[in-house]
Design a protein around this ligand. Structure first.
Ligand SMILES: [Zn+2]
Length: 240
């Protein structure tokens, strides 16, 4: 932790990554407030999130995907391994526009999976490498950096460069994730209106919830890119 503190009091960290962190915080606030506003409006169709999800799966002929409630708040996700849609209690049982929008977005991922949507396959393929990258990149970068400070040799810096490469996989994952998320939301919105589950006026509120959620992915991607640039700056800036 002391090692991290050493880097995080570096003013260059705040100059390079700070604005992205502020953007991410703003996006988090936006999604919470859009979700809260959409939660207050009940859909005229009267369907719950789970009923909405089931109806869309039926329309698209996707018969092998299950739907189950999951305890965590905003923990909604589609699990491609077990072909399971997991919806948080407010979304599973809720009949608000927020509940329907999020349920439809998650079904969007199930339809992407059923239709072998390219970016989703690439994203899922990147998951193992990106998770190793996110767990080990910091250890390589900071470990290598400290090693080079004490030994003065280039071996430590080589470790740091390997760590930077690992972090690049995290950035790649975030970049591939963006079209996957935008596509799931645009599918969701058009299906909801097509199927008469929400009216075009209600769709405006659904759009605000899903666009705010998409902003959090954009902010996370920008944060990852700027963090990678900061690492590159401390590694290569020191070398010269
Ligand atoms: Zn999603």
């Amino acid at each position: 932790m002391n090692v991290l503190a050493f880097f995080f009091i570096d003013p260059m960290y705040f100059i390079i990554v700070g604005p992205a962190i502020l953007l991410a915080m703003w996006a988090q606030w936006m999604v919470k407030s859009a979700y809260a506003r959409g939660s207050k409006v009940q859909a005229r169709s009267g369907l719950s999130g789970a009923e909405t999800a089931q109806r869309i799966l039926n329309v698209y002929g996707v018969a092998d995907v299950g739907i189950e409630p999951v305890k965590s708040f905003l923990g909604d996700h589609y699990d491609p391994k077990n072909k399971m849609l997991r919806l948080s209690p407010d979304v599973y049982n809720g009949r608000s526009l927020s509940a329907l929008g999020i349920a439809a977005h998650e079904v969007g991922h199930a339809i992407q999976h059923a239709h072998s949507y390219g970016p989703l396959a690439i994203r899922n393929g990147l998951v193992p490498m990106a998770s190793v990258g996110s767990q080990l990149s910091m250890a390589f970068i900071f470990g290598g950096f400290i090693l080079s400070m004490f030994t003065g040799g280039s071996f430590g810096m080589s470790l740091a460069v390997v760590g930077l490469g690992m972090f690049a996989l995290v950035v790649l994952f975030q970049l591939v994730n963006l079209p996957v998320e935008f596509n799931a939301s645009s599918r969701a919105r058009s299906i909801l209106v097509e199927q008469g589950i929400v009216t075009p006026q209600e769709n405006v509120i659904v759009g605000k919830v899903l666009n705010a959620a998409a902003m959090t992915y954009v902010a996370a991607t920008i944060t990852a890119i700027m963090t990678m640039l900061y690492y590159a700056y401390i590694i290569f800036g020191r070398r010269n």
